[in-house]
Design a binder for this molecule. Structure first.
Ligand code: PLP
Length: 343
């Protein structure tokens, strides 16, 4: 068993990924950008359109099964990929899912409230509740706890996947595993670019690749908060993760890199740079990105290249975290799909 397998072995894991996700070279974009550019296809994790939450859920569902839970409770934005994937994972293991929706992106059109992940969660048979605030992690967690209490009184066994910090970051373990999986596929690289939202993906990935011996910079592209706030969040997530795994954190605070040049106009809104990045990936490689996360992550890579932080000739890894159902919910917001071709 590898050292990372040994470190992860105390944590129960429910199998949701059947095999390593593909690592592909982006030949046309490499040539266009003067890079040796690779993409890790975690949009292809399989379960209900896939994405990064499948890796995170392996450890949450593992813990829920160990606790003999029959109901999973989770909070997310209206177009949350996490809640949709949790509903699928719950179904696979014979549990009910309760999804709490927050209004994090005010002013969106009816398609946003009906299509994409909302539509899929309906098909997957999830129970829905709503929370009126979008920036109150403790309040949303308390509301789930209140629902869990009702379920217990009715003889059920609920398991909460928390939103806020201060809980063992089980989801990040999925990306410790993901980072190690990638390291075995790619060997080495000069820089990696990953999205940074809750921080479970960024923090877990950074920890995983460092444990696998890779010292290259890992840039976390901010999708929710500015670079300074996100770095502080990552400090906490990675410290909690190291504590959970019972190891010293395998990097210093200076190893946490956050970049927010692609964040505007804010969480859940695709501005011109994200839209252009989405279109250029589709046109050059036939690979689809989502408007909330992966398009901004690729826009971040292009921004880092433009600023000379990533340099020509380097071997660069882009982590594709999925999120594709949201494309349909953002059809109007993105302005594609008039039927007349690219606008
Ligand atoms: C949730 C999500 C992210 C952000 O991941 P975190 O672990 O929350 O930082 C990135 N991409 C997609 C598609 C997501 O659904």
């Amino acid at each position: 068993m590898s050292r990372i397998d040994t470190l992860l072995s105390p944590f129960p894991r429910a199998s949701l990924l059947s095999q390593p996700t593909p690592l592909e070279r982006l030949n046309r974009l490499s040539q266009e950008l003067g890079l040796d550019l690779w993409i890790k296809r975690d949009d292809l994790t399989g379960l209900s359109f896939g994405g990064n939450k499948t890796r995170q859920l392996e450890f949450y569902i593992g813990a829920a099964l160990a606790a003999r839970a029959d109901t999973i409770l989770i909070t997310g934005a209206v177009q949350s990929n996490f809640t949709r994937t949790a509903a699928a994972a719950a179904a696979k293991y014979g549990m009910q899912a309760v999804l709490q929706r927050e209004e994090r992106v005010p002013g969106m059109d009816p398609l946003y409230h009906r299509s994409g992940n909302v539509f899929l969660a309906d098909i997957l048979g999830a129970d829905i509740m709503s929370y009126p605030e979008g920036e109150d992690e403790a309040g949303a967690d308390a509301a789930l706890e209140a629902r869990a209490e009702q379920l217990r009184a009715a003889g059920r066994t609920p398991y909460i996947i928390p939103l806020g910090l201060g809980h063992p970051p089980l989801g990040a373990l999925g990306y410790v595993r993901g980072g190690a999986e990638l390291a075995a596929q790619i060997g080495c690289f000069d820089a990696a670019v990953v999205p940074s939202g809750s921080g479970a993906t960024h923090g877990g990935f950074l920890t995983g690749v460092r444990l696998a011996g890779i010292t290259a910079p890992v840039y976390g592209i901010c999708v929710r908060r500015d670079a300074r706030q996100q770095k502080a969040r990552l400090e906490q997530v990675t410290a909690e993760l190291a504590r959970l795994m019972n190891i010293p954190r395998p990097f210093s605070g200076g190893g946490i890199l956050t970049w927010d040049g692609a964040l505007a106009p804010g969480y859940g809104r695709a501005g011109g740079t994200a839209r252009a990045a989405l279109q250029s990936m589709a046109a050059a490689e036939g690979i689809l990105l989502d408007p909330v996360y992966s398009a901004k992550t690729f826009a971040g890579l292009l921004g880092l290249l433009e600023q000379g932080i990533i340099r020509k000739g380097q071997k660069v890894l882009l982590l594709h975290t999925g999120g594709l159902p949201a494309l349909f919910a953002y059809q109007n917001a993105l302005g594609f799909g008039s039927g007349a071709g690219a606008p």
